[in-house]
Design a protein around this ligand. Sequence first.
Ligand SMILES: [Zn+2]
Length: 481
Amino acid sequence: MKELGAYFQDIARRENIEYADIRIGYYRTQFLFLQDLSPKEINDEERMGFGIRVLYDGAWGFASSTKVEKAEIERVLKKAIEIAKASSLVKGEYRVKLAKEPVHVDRYAVPVEIDPFKVPVEEKIDLLYKVNDVMLKVKGIVKTYSHIEVRRRDQVFASTEGSLIETTIFTTNAGYTAFAVGNNDSQSRSFQDYPLNKGYEHIRSMKLLENAERIASEAVMKLYADEPDEALMDLVLDPAHLSLTIHESVGHPTELDRVLGYEANFAGRSFVTPEKLGNFRYGSPMVNFVADNTLPGGLATTGYDDEGVECQKWHIIKDGIFVDYSSTREVASILGFPRSRGSARADSFSSFPINRIPNLCLMPGKDPVTPEDLIAGVKKGVYIEGRGSFSIDQMRLNFQFGGDLFYEIKDGKKGRMLKNVIYQSITPQFWNSLDGVTDERFWEPRGFLTCGKGEPTQSAQMTNGAPYARFRNVKVGRGKR
Ligand SMILES: [Zn+2]
């Protein structure tokens, strides 16, 4: 594939265009899904192809193909140029400009101990079967789901600027859910998905089977749990839960394309407008959000993004103050930033790269603090584990989050289990109410494989890591079921 990248550079440089790049990709995805004791989906898919972007007179053209060979690259390049020329006629005042990026000739591969595709499907199915079997034996459990997903992406990126980058990315994930019925109610509890860019060693270290009975028992306990009081109270949130709150209330609103109005789908625009850079108090002084696309195992740790920009580490929120966005070469240049933050990603060779959330993580505290310490400081509140449903408004300000497991906190101690808890807040108010985080021992790099964005919709993966954190005086209520 590397030779084809060099060939593309050769022919594209002869054209009368401003810029062009190619991504040649090979993708393999294995998805295994069991319902109860029967496999419902065993999918092993391979795809290959390439996509070409062309910049002509300040306008983009894009075309792709599944036929990876020289003559086809030549044909698709011509097509992309034609489209760019047509776009340039209707572009109006706006001209695409790209922020500068050094030329990179490099190879990056995610380090893996065990190639997840070399582990037999039978072994994976057997593990999921055992997990479901253990859960089904718990009285009150009526249905179980479990899944393993492993991915590999090989990509060559080549641009007319001279960058030629080869990457190999592995991603592994697993999770499961138990459904319980009884006491005139139905409830579920999940072993939360925990995707990382690692080999099969990650799946083996997750203790899937060891936790199956506990997860199923907690689903049954939820049937008999009480609903919460509706009042202002304190929250202690676990990393798996916080990953979603972070994703929706910090990750998406700090995507620069959204801020500039180039993206309005999927709740949609953003309140984090450019005049807030460097002065807006997003959260309390304990709130530090670091974007780190060099994080080992991080889902957006790919060496380089999909327009050849090197993966970086930077603050989005520092000591509570909003200081930077995620960006692509195009949107970075609109605000006059010297360099893109390397957040342009496409979900396939046939998709145009768009501005994506990086590995965006809430930093742990420096002092030794345990989850129990956070709970000990709460008179009346709720402890929440795992992700549930959520909603957020078009500017990403007003939101509501559920969760997967809830306990009452009373006089500094975890008490009875609760169910159907939701909390409501406004993004800056919520992050300003944070007054405690655990230290790095309790920090977890949770993340997402299916972040939807764009039109047509693309799916992306990124890590949103967090410690446990405490929030004061948040409006708690009962979720409709
Ligand atoms: Zn998302």
